[in-house]
Design a protein around this ligand. Structure first.
Ligand code: ADP
Length: 641
């Protein structure tokens, strides 16, 4: 058997997969041939298999350096479940446990040993490593070696030294999901990779449905509650901007009967662990979290990620949203936003006093950088083009014509020339847009802000324009202002929307403080110019969408042939199989996705295997898992028929 035949056989035997994904084959082949390599692939693309498969074939042990200490146990559990002997050494273990793990590895009893970078310099570890037969050193999250990245880990700088101290230089393979050229060059230099084979795969995640929904702040919670209720069986993450919001929304969800838990940096370590494990073990359906949640979460069956607020950059958004659908099954990433989110973000940025060690000029440069990042995020909220394309071109990727965006100009007017074009897997490609001329409205708003002397908040300004009969307004004499009722009949939601958009575009400014006032922004003078023109965009979403937020449409577009919409019967069987999985997970004390991924259960529903041979045909079932769990699932399938 050639090396690659062996690799394919291993892929089937241990992981139950019939073929390699893009990028994997080249990397596996390079490693088997003893060549260093660098794999740049997005989260969920399958980086781990690139070193795990060679580890099952190469003589000796594979050392995996990973910064994610909290994940190691799960990773080792997953490998053991697949029938591959593995272990780990890190600071969560007592010295005795560490010694034991090393002794096992020294005796050749594990094929893969995970280690935190800090361990590499420990005399005991070095002593082990010098004597062991190390075939491969795989460096996970390799961008941590770069001081240009936000995840820099000083201990990563010691990896090169560690390798240099080994009597026989093993093959070194580095993996990362960070694409920038600078970071890539750093990885090659700092790890001293020798003539590395480079594999960079596309950053698109075709199974993710991207969705942007513009909603007033007060409507957001209702949207989340009804989405979560409709997806009662599915796991999801809701990201909020503040700790307080996470707790309030989690409480609301629980009160509405959806099991939720809050997670943020203000909780104690134990509480955080408890929240995380309740989510990972499918005991609660939703985690409502700040951006403190995520790093170190390897749950593959997250079916949706909802952002309750706009994040500060596309990078942050793609990383957080990308936690959905790691198993390759359809998942949905929804961003709820409105113009006042933008105003808040801008204000936070301006207030940020930054780093004391920076000079005024440097601090201003950093801020300008952040402003640029924020602007590209705002562009994502506002674009009418394909959202997949927007993101990919942001990351510098060429986009195939078939997935190309409908340009904003083409999508501008009229009724839906863009419907059904583009990727078919984002809300923009399924919606129609029209632009509405609101120049008169904008002028009236500007005039009103002037009339009330820039001394009132947006609520009052809107009330004045709409001609509200509120007692408070009248007692302040605002009903005598010239703008009173000048937009009567327009609808307060529309007025508010235009006002907020004017604030985020710089025609107006909202002051800081407990009672923010609407004042003129830097571009205010333009609103009185005769050729002032102002528009807002209106989205018309497909019917199913407005009545039932979050129904996964476009489900079939991105997936391989045969992955159609599940029938009702398949769905019932899927739920039965999930229960079997939950039962097993409880018995063995491991997360359900370690038993089988959602994708594997889906394939099982389609094939309904009742014999060992047929069960092995299911994607994601290897020989060891057939032996461990096959009978329990086949029994459920037989009972179902
Ligand atoms: P990454 O480390 O790149 O984020 P993982 O290694 O965690 O990704 O893989 C993501 C998922 O894809 C896992 O569930 C894994 O089992 C699955 N996977 C990896 N390679 C393949 C393959 N060749 N065929 C099918 N599924 C795969």
């Amino acid at each position: 058997m050639t090396g690659m035949d062996q690799a394919l056989a291993s892929l089937k035997q241990y992981f139950g997969y019939g073929s390699f994904r893009p990028g994997q084959e080249g990397l596996v082949s390079a490693i088997l041939g003893g060549r260093d390599c660098l794999g740049v692939m997005p989260t969920g693309a399958g980086k781990s298999i690139c070193y795990q498969i060679p580890a099952t074939i190469l003589p000796g042990v594979t050392i995996v350096v990973s910064p994610l200490v909290s994940l190691m146990r799960d990773q080792v559990d997953g490998l053991e479940d697949a029938g591959i002997k593995a272990g780990f050494v890190n600071s969560t273990q007592s010295p005795d446990e560490q010694a034991m793990a090393l002794a096992e590895a020294a005796q050749g009893r594990v094929r893969i040993l995970y280690v935190a970078p800090e361990r590499l310099a420990a005399p005991r570890f070095l002593d082990f490593a010098r004597r062991a037969d190390i075939a491969l050193v795989a460096v996970d999250e390799a961008h941590c070696v770069s001081q240009w990245g936000q995840d820099f880990r000083p201990a990563y700088l010691g990896i090169g030294d560690f390798i240099a101290q080994l009597p026989d230089r093993p093959t070194v393979a580095a993996f990362t999901a960070t694409a920038t050229e600078r970071v890539r060059r750093d990885i090659v230099a700092m790890l001293d990779l020798q003539d590395p084979y480079l594999a960079v795969t596309g950053f698109d995640r075709p199974n993710l449905f991207f969705d942007v929904v513009k909603l007033e702040t007060r409507a957001k919670n209702h949207w989340v509650l009804s989405y979560v209720k409709e997806h009662g069986q599915e796991s999801g993450i809701v990201y909020c901007a503040t700790r307080k919001e996470t707790e309030a929304l989690a409480d609301e969800l629980n009160a509405a009967g959806s099991a939720a838990v809050a997670y943020h940096g203000g909780l104690g370590a134990q509480e955080r662990d408890r929240a995380q494990s309740a989510f990972v073990n499918d005991e609660v359906q939703v985690v409502v979290a700040t951006n403190a949640f995520g790093m170190g979460i390897d749950k593959s069956n997250v079916r949706y990620v909802i952002h309750h607020n706009m994040p500060e950059s596309i990078e942050a958004y793609y990383q957080e949203a990308g936690r959905a659908g790691r198993d390759g099954e359809p998942a949905r990433c929804t961003l709820l936003w409105n113009e006042s989110d933008i105003v808040t973000r801008r204000r936070l940025l301006d207030m940020d006093s930054g780093n004391d060690r920076l000079s005024g000029e440097e601090a201003e440069a950093v801020k300008a950088g952040h402003r640029h990042l924020l602007n590209t995020m705002i562009g994502y909220c506002r674009t009418t083009s394909c959202l997949h394309t927007y993101m990919l071109s942001y990351f510098g990727e060429e986009v195939a014509p078939s997935a190309a965006a409908v340009s904003p100009a083409a999508a501008g007017d009229g009724d839906g020339p863009d419907r059904g074009r583009g990727c078919g897997n984002c809300s923009n490609c399924l919606s129609t847009f029209s632009t509405i001329d609101v120049s008169d409205l904008a002028r009236a708003i500007s005039r009103c802000v002037h009339d009330v002397g820039q001394r009132f908040g947006s609520g009052k300004v809107v009330q004045v324009l709409a001609g509200s009969k509120s007692q408070d307004l009248i007692s302040r004499g605002l009903d005598r202002c010239p703008s009173y009722g000048s937009l009567h009949g327009v609808g307060v939601a529309r007025i508010r929307d235009v006002l907020n958009q004017m604030a985020s575009d710089g025609y107006l400014a909202i002051t800081e403080g407990r009672l923010p006032l609407v004042q003129f922004g830097p571009k205010a003078a333009q609103t009185v110019s005769p050729d002032f023109h102002y528009e807002i965009k209106q989205v018309r979403r497909p019917k199913s969408e407005t009545s039932a937020p979050g129904k996964v449409y476009g489900r079939t577009t991105a997936l391989a042939a045969g992955d159609g919409e599940p029938t009702e019967e398949e769905e019932r069987l899927f739920q039965d199989l999930r229960r079997v999985r939950t039962g097993i997970a409880r018995e063995i004390g491991k997360p359900p996705y370690i038993v089988f991924s959602d994708k594997t259960l889906r394939d099982m529903c389609r094939r309904r295997p009742t014999s060992d041979e047929a069960f092995l045909e299911v994607s994601g079932v290897g020989e060891h898992k057939l032996e461990l769990y096959g009978e329990r699932f086949m029994e459920a399938i037989r009972d179902f028929d």
